[in-house]
Design a binder for this molecule. Structure first.
Ligand SMILES: Nc1ncnc2c1ncn2[C@@H]1O[C@H](COP(=O)(O)OP(=O)(O)OP(=O)(O)O)[C@@H](O)[C@H]1O
Length: 407
């Protein structure tokens, strides 16, 4: 039975209810959707939303009170260190040592040539069963993400919008959203919302995304155009909230107006406490959603990190400009400014990932203009202290951000 929807949330109707739900129980989460898709023949008949646990960290609004953390320092939300992963079936290595740090309140964009491993990284983060992690660590909100099931990752506050959002035959959109939302409320010990209350909560989000109410009555993503699927993904994010939302090519298939709507909705969800990791090929998205950092991925690694200027370099000169002539340039203004302050060449000898915990050794030379580093191996500066050896004198400096160098 199709859901009856009031045209306006203020319209009340005592007998108003969403459609009947499938009765068999099966748990799934948003990150588990690809799994569902792969097993759709089975799950089509056995899926039930009775126990849908798709849930993210925030419920009434993904916006946690911004005053909560006003005086607090921004905390690391996601720390990926030396992550390598293979395709589970073939054991082919796709991720070859990814380092990434996302702090609260930051917007990160990952760009890179086709096949460089961007989607694989995001799928590995949400626990996609097609991949096996072989080395490295991922800490999310202080916990080992790799030890969590996909469902737990979702419950912990990780949301992913896939490049190709899957269809869920037999499950209509509003039922899906309503139950996922209530599942989260249950988990947080909050009372569930009835259909009318939920619709009142949902309606402004639909409006913000310029989505027609018809979409709510249709099965999740079934028959949706590419652009409609993307909008629908953002609607899910807006309803469920997230500490870290990973949006894989959310701009693909969107017309200019749709892109603007989606960007506006995403920007409206950002707070000093949550973060966004976007995968994109185009600067256009980054004009609407301003990134704190842009990372360039190549052959399973992040080879560059910097500010929004990277996207301009890329647009004008292509990836050749990034991995060629600019290969050793420091894009992080904070770090290059810091290096300027040292006023002389220095051998870079070691760095620490946390105070007093040396984890790697590297050597390099800071050039005359102090903006270019030539390093013999990969180096990651983190937010913590690092050390420089200048003429046998140890300089201890603070690096306010991190940046990775891969000569
Ligand atoms: N499940 C899989 N089976 C076989 N090959 C895979 C699988 N997953 C990823 N790959 C391969 O790994 C490489 C990286 O793929 P991935 O989708 O991560 O790239 P991408 O950077 O997201 O590319 P694009 O920009 O085209 O979306 C590609 O060569 C891809 O064919």
């Amino acid at each position: 039975m199709a859901a009856f929807l009031p045209s306006n949330p203020s319209t009340s109707c005592c007998s108003f209810k969403f459609s009947n739900l499938p009765s068999k129980s099966h748990v799934f989460t948003l990150p588990a959707l690809p799994l569902l898709c792969r097993r759709s023949n089975y799950h089509r008949h056995h899926l039930s939303l009775n126990r849908v646990t798709a849930a993210l960290s925030a419920v009434d609004s993904p916006l946690k009170s911004s005053s909560d953390g006003q005086d607090e320092k921004s905390q690391p939300l996601l720390q990926v260190t030396g992550l390598t992963a293979v395709i589970a079936e073939s054991k082919q290595e796709i991720l070859k040592g990814v380092n990434l740090l996302v702090n609260e309140g930051e917007v990160h964009a990952i760009m890179g040539k086709n096949g460089s491993g961007k989607s694989t990284l995001s799928k590995v983060l949400v626990g996609h069963p097609d991949y096996e992690v072989t080395e490295g660590s991922v800490v999310f909100k202080g916990e080992n993400l790799l030890e969590m099931e996909p469902e737990e990752r979702s419950l912990a506050g990780l949301f992913m919008s896939f490049q190709s959002p899957v269809e869920i035959p037999g499950v209509n959109n509003i039922d899906f959203l309503h139950m996922a939302y209530n599942a989260r409320r249950r988990k947080l010990g909050q009372p569930e919302l009835g259909p009318i209350e939920f619709y009142a909560y949902l309606y402004p989000k639909l409006e913000r995304l310029s989505m027609k109410t018809d979409f709510l009555n249709r099965n999740v993503n079934e028959g949706f155009s590419g652009g409609e699927r993307k909008r629908n993904e953002i609607l899910q994010l807006a309803v469920l909230g997230a500490d870290l939302a990973i949006l894989d090519e959310i701009d693909s298939g969107l017309d200019v107006d749709a892109l603007r709507d989606v960007a506006k909705a995403v920007n409206g969800l950002l707070t000093p406490k949550n973060s966004l990791l976007m995968i994109t090929h185009y600067r256009r998205l980054l004009e609407f959603i301003k990134p704190t950092f842009i990372h360039i991925m190549e052959d399973g690694r992040i080879i560059k990190t910097g500010d929004a200027s990277i996207a301009t370099v890329l647009e004008e000169g292509g990836y050749k400009a990034i991995s060629g002539s600019l290969s050793s340039q420091i894009f992080c203004p904070a770090v290059s400014g810091l290096l300027h302050q040292t006023k002389s060449n220095a051998s870079f000898m070691s760095y620490v990932l946390s105070p007093c915990t040396p984890i790697s050794m590297s050597e390099g030379l800071i050039s005359e203009n102090l903006e270019v580093l030539q390093l013999s191996s990969n180096v990651v500066f983190r937010t913590w202290e690092y050390f420089m050896l200048e003429k046998h004198r140890l300089l201890q400096v603070k690096c306010p951000r991190y940046v990775s160098f891969f000569p």
